[in-house]
Ligand binder design. Structure first.
Ligand code: AMP
Length: 636
C-alpha cells in the first residue's frame, strides 16, 4: 500500500464521520444531514441521518445547468443495428415522461417497481423514474426464467412491472413478456399493471386486457411531464437486487439512497478517475450489481455519459467494444474476466484496429482474474488493468487500487488493497483470529459497513444479521464468504468461496437453487450440483443425479435424453445461465454419516483433484460412482 493511500484509508477507518462527511459534499442534499453515522443498533448502519436527497436528481437534474446539452446516455445495439444518443436534457425529459406514467398508474413513495428488461434506454429511464418518485426498483436480469422471476415477484410484491415484448441475442428475438406472463401465473402476488415497451420483435405477444399497458401510448400522454423529485431521507431504500446464496431462496439486497449516492460518486473520483463530460463503458447488464452501480448510477452521478450496449462482445466481430471506445471516446471501461478470455481467443488484430487513445483504465471484477488474461489485455491495450473485488451486497469495490488517490503498482492476480471505508480483515475460519501474511483466511469486514453497502435484506432484518454477521462466534463481523490471502507487501488475493455459491462467467449462482430446479423433474430422486473449473467461464455447474427408476437410464440413448430433459427444466425454471455443463446419473450420492452431501469432495473429483478428508464418509460407493461418471465423460 502506498503511503498516501495508506493514510487515506487510515482516516476512513479511524474517523469515518469526518471522512464520509467530506465525501458527502460530492452530491446535492436538499436538506443537510444531522449525523454522518448512526451505529447505535449494530450491525444496522445508517449514513447521513436526517439528510434529504434523491438519486435521480443527482444523476440527472443536477447536471442540467452545466451540461444539459452534453451526452448522458449512448445506446449502441448491434442486435437492432441502432444507435441513439440522449443528452442530459433529453434524458431528463424521458425520465419525467416515464415518471409521469408511473405516477398515473398510482406508483407512490415506497412502492416497488419490478423491471425485467433488455439493455435498452427505456430500462434506464424506468430505473431513474422509479427513484425520482421515491419508489423502489427491483431489476431482474433478463436471462432469468419464469420461476426465478416469480420468486422475486413474490418477495418484492411490485405494484407495477416493466418489461419489453422481447430482447435480442445473436440476432434472434428472445421473448421477455411471455416469461413475465408465466411468472405472474406462478406468483402469489400479481402486479396491478405490466407496462410493455413494444419493440415489434414478438408478434405473438399476448395481452391481458386491463393489466397490460403499452408504454408508447402512455408516454404520448406525458410528453411534457414535469414530475417533481420526491426527496428521501438518506436511509430510505432506493432499490432491491436479488442475489443467490446457499439457500434455494435468493436474498433481496436492499440499498439506501444517500449512502449509495455518496459512495458511487466518491468511487468515480478515487477509484475510476472518470471526469464529467467523459464517457464510461461498463459491459455488464442492468440486471447485475455492476450494471446498477456502473452503467446507471456511478457515471451519471459523476456527469459522465454512460454506454448502454445491447449485443455480444464478438458480434459483428471481436472489435465491437474497441470501436465503441473509439467512436465515443470512452475514458473508463469496466468488464469481467470471462469476456476478456473470450476476446483473447479471437484475432488480436481487432485491438489494434481502432484508436483507443481516449481510454485510461480498464477495470475488471466479478470473478478471479487469472494472470495470463490480465497480462495479455494490459499489453494489448497499453493501459493499466485493475482487478477489483466486490459483491452485490457491497454495491462497490471492497478490494481495489485507488489510482485517483495514489497510483500504486498492481500485481497480476491481485485486486490490490482494502478500499477506503472497509476495515477489512482476513480471519481464521474457526477461531475468528486474524491470520498472518501468506496464510489463508476468510475475507471479513469489521462493521460499520461503509456507505453504499446493503442496509438489510428486504423485509428480513433477521436474515441480514443471521446470514452475514454470525460466521465468527461471539463477534459481529461481516463475512464475504470468500477465502483470501495477503502477501508481505500487503496485496490481497482472492482464493474462491467458502460456501456452496459458484461463479459462472462472473455471475453468482446458488447450487441449491439449481438442485431444487432439477429435483422438480419427476424422474429425479436426489441431486448434488457443484461448480467445476472452466477455462473460459471460470466455473460451470455440474450435476450428479440419482434417478427414481433405473430403467430411465438403462441405455446411452435414454440417459442422454434424460440429461437433455433435466437441462431443459433448469433452462425453464432458472434460465440457461444456470444450465449444468453435464448431468451425470449415479446410483447414490456420497454423504456423511449424518446425511450431508459431500459437495466439496464431489467438486474435487470432478476437477481431478484429491477429495480430501473422507473420515466422515458414510459409504465409499457414492464417491466411486462420481469418479467413474467423471472418468467416463472425460473419455467420451
Ligand atoms: P456477485 O455478488 O454476483 O457480484 O458475486 C460476488 C462474488 O464474486 C464474490 O463473493 C467473489 O466470490 C466473486 N468475485 C467478485 N469479484 C472478484 C474478483 N475480483 N476476484 C475474485 N473473485 C471475485
Amino acid at each position: 500500500m502506498g503511503t498516501k493511500y495508506k493514510e487515506f484509508h487510515r482516516q476512513s477507518i479511524d474517523n469515518p464521520e469526518a471522512f464520509w462527511g467530506e465525501q458527502a459534499k460530492l452530491i446535492h442534499w436538499n436538506k443537510p444531514f444531522t449525523k454522518v453515522l448512526d451505529y447505535s443498533n449494530p450491525p444496522f448502519t445508517k449514513w447521513f441521518v436526517g439528510g434529504e436527497t434523491n438519486l435521480c436528481y443527482n444523476a440527472v437534474d443536477r447536471h442540467l445547468s452545466e451540461r444539459g446539452n452534453q451526452k448522458a446516455l449512448i445506446y449502441v445495439s448491434t442486435e437492432k443495428e441502432e444507435e441513439k444518443i440522449y443528452t442530459f436534457d433529453e434524458l431528463h425529459a424521458e425520465v419525467n415522461r416515464f415518471a409521469g406514467v408511473l405516477k398515473s398508474l398510482g406508483v407512490e413513495k415506497g412502492d416497488r417497481v419490478l423491471i425485467y428488461m433488455p439493455m435498452i434506454p427505456e430500462a434506464i429511464f424506468a430505473m431513474l423514474a422509479t427513484v425520482r418518485i421515491g419508489a423502489i426498483h427491483s431489476v431482474v436480469f433478463g436471462g432469468f426464467a419464469s420461476h426465478s422471476l416469480a420468486t422475486r415477484i413474490d418477495d418484492a410484491q411490485p405494484k407495477i412491472m416493466v418489461t419489453a415484448d422481447a430482447g435480442m441475442r445473436g440476432g434472434k428475438a428472445v421473448p421477455y413478456k411471455h416469461l413475465v406472463d408465466d411468472a405472474i401465473r406462478l406468483s402469489g402476488h400479481p402486479p396491478k399493471h405490466v407496462l410493455i415497451v413494444n419493440r415489434g420483435l414478438d408478434k405473438e405477444m399476448s395481452i391481458t386486457a386491463g393489466r397490460d399497458l403499452d408504454y408508447a401510448q402512455l408516454r404520448a400522454k406525458h410528453m411534457n411531464a414535469s414530475v417533481p423529485v420526491v426527496w428521501l431521507e438518506s436511509n430510505d431504500p432506493s432499490y432491491i437486487l436479488y442475489t443467490s446464496g446457499t439457500t434455494g431462496k435468493p436474498k433481496g439486497v436492499q440499498r439506501d439512497t444517500g449512502g449509495y449516492a455518496v459512495s458511487l460518486t466518491a468511487s468515480m473520483k478515487h477509484i475510476y478517475c472518470g471526469n464529467p463530460g467523459e464517457a464510461y463503458f461498463s459491459t455488464s447488464d442492468i440486471g447485475w450489481v455492476v450494471g446498477h452501480s456502473y452503467i446507471v448510477y456511478g457515471p451519471l452521478l459523476q456527469g459522465m455519459a454512460t454506454v448502454v450496449y445491447e449485443g455480444l462482445p464478438i458480434r459483428p466481430d471481436a472489435g465491437i467494444w474497441w470501436k465503441i471506445v473509439q467512436d465515443h471516446k470512452v475514458s473508463v471501461m469496466f468488464s469481467a474476466p470471462t469476456a476478456i478470455r473470450v476476446l483473447k481467443k479471437q484475432d488480436p488484430a481487432y485491438l489494434k484496429k481502432y484508436d483507443l487513445s481516449s481510454l485510461r483504465h480498464l477495470f475488471l471484477a466479478g470473478e478471479p482474474l487469472d494472470e495470463t488474461t490480465a497480462q495479455w489485455i494490459e499489453e494489448e491495450l497499453g493501459v493499466p488493468i485493475y482487478d477489483h473485488f466486490w459483491q452485490t451486497e457491497t454495491g462497490w469495490a471492497v478490494l481495489t487500487a485507488a489510482p485517483g488517490v495514489e497510483k500504486t503498482p498492481t500485481k497480476f492476480g491481485s485486486p490490490s488493497f482494502p478500499a477506503y471505508g472497509y476495515n477489512l480483515k482476513l480471519l481464521h475460519e474457526a477461531t475468528g483470529e486474524e491470520v498472518p501474511a501468506n496464510e489463508k483466511g476468510v475475507v471479513a469486514v469489521v462493521p460499520p459497513l461503509p456507505p453504499g453497502c446493503l442496509s438489510t435484506v428486504w423485509g428480513q432484518d433477521d436474515r441480514f444479521v443471521q446470514t452475514y454477521f454470525t460466521s465468527f462466534k461471539g463477534k459481529l463481523i461481516y463475512s464475504t464468504f470468500d477465502w483470501g490471502i495477503r502477501d508481505e507487501d500487503g496485496y490481497y488475493f482472492i482464493l474462491g468461496r467458502t460456501d456452496d455459491v459458484i461463479n459462472v462467467a462472473g455471475h453468482r449462482l446458488g447450487t441449491r437453487e439449481i438442485e431444487e430446479a432439477i429435483s422438480s423433474h419427476a424422474s429425479i430422486a436426489e441431486v448434488a450440483v457443484v461448480g467445476v473449473a472452466d477455462q473460459l467461464k471460470g466455473q460451470m455447474p455440474m450435476a450428479f443425479a440419482v434417478v427414481k427408476d433405473a430403467s430411465k437410464i438403462a441405455t446411452a440413448e435414454t440417459r442422454k435424453a434424460l440429461e437433455k430433459e433435466v437441462m431443459g427444466v433448469v433452462d425453464k425454471e432458472l434460465g440457461a445461465i444456470a444450465r449444468p455443463a453435464r448431468v451425470h446419473f449415479i446410483n447414490q450420492l456420497p454423504k456423511t454419516r449424518s446425511g450431508k452431501v459431500l459437495r466439496r469432495s464431489i467438486q474435487a473429483i470432478a476437477e481431478g483433484r484429491d477429495p480430501g478428508d473422507l473420515t466422515t464418509l458414510d459409504d465409499p460407493v457414492g464417491l466411486e460412482m462420481v469418479k467413474k461418471a467423471v472418468e467416463e465423460a472425460r473419455r467420451a
